[in-house]
Design a protein around this ligand. Sequence first.
Ligand code: NAP
Length: 253
Amino acid sequence: MATTRQNVLITGASSGLGAEMARQLAAKGHDLALCARRTEKLDTIKTGILAADPGRRVEVRALDVNDDDQVFEVFRAFQKDFGTIDRVIINAGLGKGAPIGTGRYDANRETAMTNFVAALAQSEAAMEIFRAQESGHFVMISSMSAFRGMPKTMTTYAATKAGVAHIAEGLRNEMYGKPIKVTVLYPGYIASEMNERVDPNKVKGMVSTEKGVRSMIDAIEKEKDSACVPPLPWAPMSVVMKHAPLGVLKRLM
Ligand SMILES: NC(=O)c1ccc[n+]([C@@H]2O[C@H](COP(=O)([O-])OP(=O)(O)OC[C@H]3O[C@@H](n4cnc5c(N)ncnc54)[C@H](OP(=O)(O)O)[C@@H]3O)[C@@H](O)[C@H]2O)c1
């Protein structure tokens, strides 16, 4: 690969996949710009990374991705800290939701705003930096649920994840042949705060945070266009989810 993508900005880095991506990328020698609302958690992650490797640089900042102005301020401040931001991982997300039409527009709206509108703001802020630098690696964390409209509590969440995948794919289309790369990851079930109340016996294919994130980092470092992570069972499952007749799909899932 032509570049090391030394300085990596991760949103939603205070827990789950974001925190573990920070740890695994630091172990590979990357320096990190980490943000989320819970800065005490970011500080703990920073302390752990520096204890393992005092040579790493880790900067942390408070960010609520639903505050548009703050998204641009924080991304620009990180760019000033490091000189360049070589990779941005748009990861902050929310798993709230209720069946549509059951009186919980508030929960579905919150998910739509955090997972889609705020991801658009993060995309704007990241691409502003990459366009000025004329280089960068844009990484969007979507979800396996993006491959098909999902029922009940998942309907809005899945729609946001399809939406953010399309933002990234649109950027890849625009950047074709140019030095700005775009990756979309479609995680299956990976243990995190988001699904800590889910019974692991009731969901097929749940993996540990460490294992799931290892395959995310593998796809990110290879700068794949897109990847279902972990690849098994999710890459073949994506074809089924996209193309199986609904009656067949409902018997499988
Ligand atoms: N785990 C899975 O199985 C799975 C599967 C598919 C996709 N994903 C996606 O992976 C990403 C990470 O999720 P996770 O599983 O690691 O869940 P998680 O442990 O709940 O982490 C979510 C992260 O997003 C941040 N976040 C949420 N709302 C935010 C806001 N308004 N402003 C800033 N940061 C915010 C949280 O930080 P603060 O609360 O500190 O702000 C936290 O760091 C999400 O986009 C999720 O949709 C996860």
